[in-house]
Design a binder for this molecule. Structure first.
Ligand code: 6PG
Length: 242
């Protein structure tokens, strides 16, 4: 049964606050059920405000059952300002003092192909597997202004249907390598949440929602988890053309 839900907030601040509330509600639910919560974090700039608020609001004890992964990484060392892991470490993981066994970094400093293989094996070991793909409890996704998500870009859309859990891609403008989970992992997740803000994304979001324009070229268009649990957290600017 499809449970696609869209949440639209007046501005980025209320979007961030609402997503933080939803995270804490979900964490409470998993804790009450005595379950671990395996989450793949999105990269880029949008989640930084969420990470900061979570670090301010969260009580570390409650995080003892949380395992954090990344949906994608830039192939740079953690000290690089481009590092998704490095940025999350600074504003969330270090302030929370999470145990290192709960943090599953994509090692951007390693050779991309080998690291994609290593990380794929790790996901297959750490998570339940269905139809050959590891199953996350929750995947957070961003959206690029070109319709990319995780690090699967329109120019290499064939990577979406890769048979392996993790692939090597590259940024179409900089050609800098990236490591990303594949479409099979994204659509195997129990729950997927897009978080997007800003007017520059409104056209892409309209095209994806209404199957308009060049939607077939956008990797984000193919996000359709088998669980049916897909959410869009948007601010009014990003939802401006809906
Ligand atoms: C990354 C991402 C990527 C990101 C989008 C949106 O590592 O870049 O995971 O998919 O979510 O590019 O980026 P912004 O949030 O910065 O707009």
């Amino acid at each position: 049964m499809e449970r696609k839900r869209n949440y639209i907030y007046p501005e980025k601040e209320s979007l961030t606050a609402a997503f933080v509330c939803e995270f804490l509600r979900t964490l409470r639910q998993y804790l009450d059920e005595g379950r671990q919560l395996h989450i793949a974090l999105s990269g880029g700039s949008t989640p930084i405000a969420i990470f900061k608020q979570l670090a301010e609001q969260a009580t570390p004890d409650n995080w003892s059952k949380v395992h954090l992964y990344w949906g994608d990484e830039r192939c740079v060392p953690p000290s690089d300002p481009e590092s998704n892991y490095g940025n999350a470490m600074k504003v969330l993981l270090k302030p929370l003092g999470l145990d290192k066994d709960q943090i599953h970094q994509i090692r951007g400093e390693e050779k991309p192909l080998g690291e994609a293989g290593r990380y794929g094996d790790l996901l297959m070991k750490q998570l339940p597997v269905e139809n050959g793909f590891p199953v996350f409890d929750w995947i957070w996704l961003g959206l690029g202004t070109d319709g990319h998500t995780a690090s699967i870009f329109p120019q290499r859309i064939e990577l979406w249907t890769a048979g392996s859990p993790c692939i090597v891609s590259s940024h179409p403008d900089t050609a800098r390598p990236r490591i990303s989970i594949s479409g099979g992992v994204i659509n195997a997740a129990k729950r997927v949440s897009f978080i997007a803000s800003g007017q520059e994304k409104a056209g892409i979001i309209r095209d994806i929602f209404f199957n308009e324009g060049r939607h077939m070229e956008y990797p984000a268009f193919y996000v359709n988890p088998a669980s049916g649990d897909l959410e869009w957290y948007l601010d009014q600017d990003a939802a401006g053309l809906l």
